[in-house]
Design a protein around this ligand. Structure first.
Ligand code: 9WO
Length: 253
């Protein structure tokens, strides 16, 4: 996958994407990242990329022309058609389903704003999708772009190793929250590891984990359950989870 990023701080994105799983994706040539700086497409000695807002008020607005030139250059760098994504709190909230959809494309072109935003005419003419990573304001779109890049990079075929992929298959696919995890020692002043995980009964362990995922999702993010499409077996597991909670006989964790 090829991802182009239009940003006043392209080095920031390169830094963020240089480590861990995303860094590995680049080393394996499963992901190529390219930064484009509007400053390089700005005219005049001052290389101006922003100006005061019409109508008055504080702050600056990013001008059309340097951004448009940047987008054109990025588009022309590869023949595959590319959707332009603007990272903004006004966008559609990002979720794992959207991440999977974006990850399946050959290219993405991410547009990062700074200051008070980008001239609305550029957004109207050039942007295909506006995406938000959450209901808060950052000082620019770069961190949001880095989040999106991380999420789509790890889904590229061959990026995760087998162990990582197995975790992904069992939890990520169905929109439920993750179950609790434990490691050695089995006994610790902070508590015991649930017995089922030490039983060696793989079917019982899978059932317990599924039940914990369902129960946590129900307790913490019931909105996700509506979309999860639970099976009859899932409903029975969740029912039992609720019963255990009410009777106070559930295991710690
Ligand atoms: C700044 C500002 C200052 C005074 C009054 C209103 C204001 N709005 C903004 C603002 O939204 N600035 C944005 C900074 C302009 C576009 C890029 N910026 C940004 C993107 N901040 N946060 C995001 C973002 C992107 C995706 N998901 C969550 C947040």
């Amino acid at each position: 996958m090829r991802i182009d990023v239009v940003s006043l701080f392209p080095e920031f994105i390169a830094q963020c994407a240089g480590f861990g799983v995303v860094g590995r994706a680049q080393e394996r040539a499963l992901l190529s990242l390219h930064g484009w700086n509007p400053r390089d497409h700005a005219d005049g000695g001052y290389r101006r990329v922003d100006d005061r807002p019409f109508g008055g008020g504080p702050g600056m607005v990013m001008m059309i022309d340097p951004r448009q030139a940047c987008l054109a250059a990025a588009r022309a760098a590869d023949p595959a058609p590319v959707p332009v994504v603007y990272l903004t709190p006004q966008g559609v909230p990002l979720n794992q389903r959207k991440v999977r959809e974006l990850a399946s494309r050959p290219r993405l072109l991410l547009l990062c704003g700074r200051y008070e935003g980008v001239d609305e005419r550029l957004l109207a003419a050039e942007v295909d999708e506006e995406i938000s990573i959450g209901d808060y304001v950052l000082s620019g779109g770069e961190l949001a772009a880095a989040v999106l890049i991380d999420a789509v990079a790890r889904l590229q075929e061959g990026v995760l190793n087998d162990a990582e992929s197995a975790v992904q298959d069992s939890f990520e696919g169905d929109g439920l929250l993750d179950c609790p995890h434990y490691t050695h020692p089995a006994s610790h002043p902070l508590g015991e590891v649930p017995g089922v995980l030490r039983s060696g009964d793989h079917a019982a362990i899978a059932r317990w984990r599924r039940q914990q995922s369902l129960g946590r999702t129900w307790l913490r993010r019931p909105d996700l359950l509506d979309e999860a499409g639970l099976s009859r077996a899932d409903r029975a597991l969740l029912e039992a989870f609720c019963q255990q909670l009410l009777s106070g006989t559930h295991e710690p964790g």
